[in-house]
Design a protein around this ligand. Structure first.
Ligand code: THU
Length: 150
């Protein structure tokens, strides 16, 4: 497992640090309509962790998922390649409990990630509140369409 050094100097296993950052980011979720709060932490190839939360809107469709918030933050700050992401989501008053449904990236977010990631090595960490699961982007978006197809 890869290791990462956090701002406090502590060395964390990659998945554990990204999950912790995703949980922190989830606290900022703006979810007055779905009441489902999601946080994401995206590891850039520059070594920086970009976080995001879902941001909803009274007109509904302008709302943005946590994963895309993180990607768009990163790209707008100059990072266009990513190594891994952790996602955590649950009803806003809950933290994911034992046996909770895994919150994994929606189809739109998978496609947005595909633009900037190596599908074979990019790691997606999700949790059911007890265990941590890791998938490659290719597993979540098989036979995908990407920049090389154009
Ligand atoms: N949502 C995310 O932010 N990420 C996901 O992976 C799944 C869904 C958000 C969108 C919406 O604000 C709320 O969760 C309910 O769908």
């Amino acid at each position: 497992m890869k290791e990462l050094k956090a701002a406090d100097g502590v060395v964390y296993e990659e998945a554990a640090l990204l999950m912790k950052k995703a949980q922190e980011a989830r606290k900022n979720a703006y979810t007055p309509y779905s009441h489902f709060a999601v946080g994401a932490a995206l590891l850039g190839s520059d070594g920086v962790i970009y976080t995001g939360c879902n941001v909803e809107n009274a007109a509904y469709s302008p709302g943005n998922c946590a994963e895309r918030t993180a990607v768009f933050k990163a790209v707008s700050e100059g990072c266009k390649r990513f190594e891994a992401v952790a996602v955590v989501g649950a009803k806003e008053e809950e933290v994911p409990q034992a046996g909770a449904a895994v919150c994994s990236p929606c189809g739109v977010c998978r496609q947005v990630l595909r633009e900037f990631c190596d599908e074979k090595t990019f790691r997606v960490y999700v949790t059911d509140g007890v265990s941590l699961f890791c998938y490659t982007l290719e597993e979540l978006l098989p036979l995908s369409f990407g920049p090389e197809n154009l």
